[in-house]
Design a protein around this ligand. Structure first.
Ligand SMILES: [Fe+2]
Length: 451
């Protein structure tokens, strides 16, 4: 795939360790059978927005052969990969990011034309990996209190050990679990492919629920070992159920965007900013965004051909320009200053960062809400020189004209009876750390946390 092969910036990373890896070979490591069913936006009673494609997701389908699963696990568990890529966000959970930079097998599997064709076919649209850092994000649930302990329990051969479950655990209903680790959400990127690298016999849970247009939850079974599911996670609201009953659970995930010009790209890096290495994320993010912009411009130039004025459609061009300005705008805003981000996360905590929507919901029910929010926005004592004030004015104008607002929660027309505040603007843009800062300065955070 050209994203990585363009100048092969990663080659330098592959050290001696790669000799212990298998060399990716689609005829040996893949075992693809097309999904038996694709779920359409229409099946889910969802309106297909201008940004979406008709396929919302697939049921699980075979992707990796048993040997492919073992080769992938072997690649992940190399000492070099563990040392450079592992972090533990919660006890019992290990996350491996950027393994693609240290494992040729993982890179070759995900970027092979055959794999690209498979994921594109499953989603019904040609896909491109969002950026190298989003290849093979791996979540590992394993026993152990430290990274070293968890790692010592990981073997190339998938564990088949089951855990005894209590009757309550068997009756577990993820839809009623308020503490669910991954509650209802949209993904940061348009499409995602999840591949299961563990045995799921004896596992309870682990499925995905998709919210239908009528509010009902539709269950999609979790993939078995070697199987994959595709989801248009940026457009459909979903929830991942906890998995119980197994000693290990390893899933590996790659995110995509559509290659088709004019299909809008709903990506944000909100969810990954707190744990990503911003020094490598921001350059990759910018490259991917600028490449997409270049592709859009090239597409327009190719389509309109020579300079013949008879093809010139002023309004169409102006609409493309407006879209691309918005696109660049988000590209820039998403790159929150690393120092500022650190400072805010330290003050408010990562839990608050990921919980901003629930916090905002609660804050809006406080009796002081309207007066404090209003006063903060009128005085503009908070970050008086920031670009966010201009952004806020623009959104207020859009609301006045009853136009749609793009946001991390999809595209909506503002329908609340109250004013639109800076808090709304910052959440719309997925700037959770800036939102917490604004909330703190308004005095609402204090009232919220002392209530
Ligand atoms: Fe998700």
């Amino acid at each position: 795939m050209d994203l990585l092969r363009e100048s092969d910036p990663l080659s330098a990373y592959y050290l001696l360790d790669s000799v212990t890896e298998e060399q990716f070979n689609p005829t040996v490591h893949l075992n693809y059978v097309p999904p038996e069913k694709k779920i359409t936006m229409q099946d889910l009673l969802l309106n297909q927005s201008a940004t979406a494609t008709p396929i919302a997701g697939t049921v699980p389908f075979p992707l990796l052969s048993p040997r492919g699963v073992r080769a992938y696990r072997k690649a992940l568990f190399q000492q070099n990969v563990i040392e450079k890529c592992a972090s533990s966000p919660f006890p019992g959970t290990l996350v491996l990011r950027d393994a693609v930079k240290h494992s040729r097998f993982i890179r070759d599997f995900w970027t092979h034309p055959e794999t690209m064709r498979i994921v594109s076919d499953a989603s019904g649209v040609p896909l491109e990996v969002v950026m190298p850092t989003e290849i093979g994000h791996t979540n590992i649930q394993a026993e152990g209190a430290t990274i070293a302990e968890m790692v010592s329990n990981l073997k190339v051969e998938p564990s088949v050990e089951k855990l005894e479950l209590s009757p309550e655990e068997r009756a577990y209903d993820p839809l009623k679990d308020e503490t669910s680790i991954i509650p209802w959400h949209y993904d940061s990127y348009p499409y995602v492919c999840v591949v299961m690298l563990s045995e799921t016999d004896g596992m309870i849970g682990g499925e995905t629920y998709i919210k239908k247009g009528n509010g009902e939850a539709q269950k999609v079974e979790g993939p078995q070992i070697g199987h994959a599911v595709m989801l248009q996670g940026g457009e459909v609201q979903h929830l991942a159920a906890r998995a119980k009953g197994v000693k290990e659970r390893i899933s590996t995930i790659t995110s995509y965007r559509s290659k088709v010009p004019n299909v809008y790209d709903s990506s944000y890096i909100t969810n990954i900013r707190p744990y990503a290495d911003l020094g490598s994320l921001y350059p990759e993010w910018t490259r991917y965004r600028l490449r997409k912009l270049r592709d859009e411009i090239t597409h327009y130039l190719d389509k309109t051909g020579d300079e013949s004025s008879s093809f010139f459609q002023r309004e169409e061009l102006q609409s493309i320009i407006t879209q691309q300005i918005e696109y660049l705008h988000r590209t820039s805003r998403q790159m929150v200053s690393p120092e500022y981000q650190q400072q805010i996360l330290k003050k408010y905590g990562k839990a608050a960062y990921y919980d901003v929507f629930r916090i905002w919901e609660t804050v809006q029910s406080l009796p002081e809400f309207e007066s404090l929010a209003s006063a903060t926005d009128q005085e503009r004592g908070w970050m008086p020189e920031s670009v966010y004030w201009m952004d806020l004015q623009k959104s207020i104008e859009t609301i006045r004209m009853k136009g749609p607002l793009e946001s991390t929660l999809g595209t909506h027309v503002w329908s609340k009876p109250r004013k639109f505040y800076m808090g709304d603007e910052l959440l719309r843009q997925g700037l959770n750390e800036v939102f917490l800062d604004w909330l703190g300065s308004s005095g609402l955070w204090d009232i919220y946390s002392k209530r």
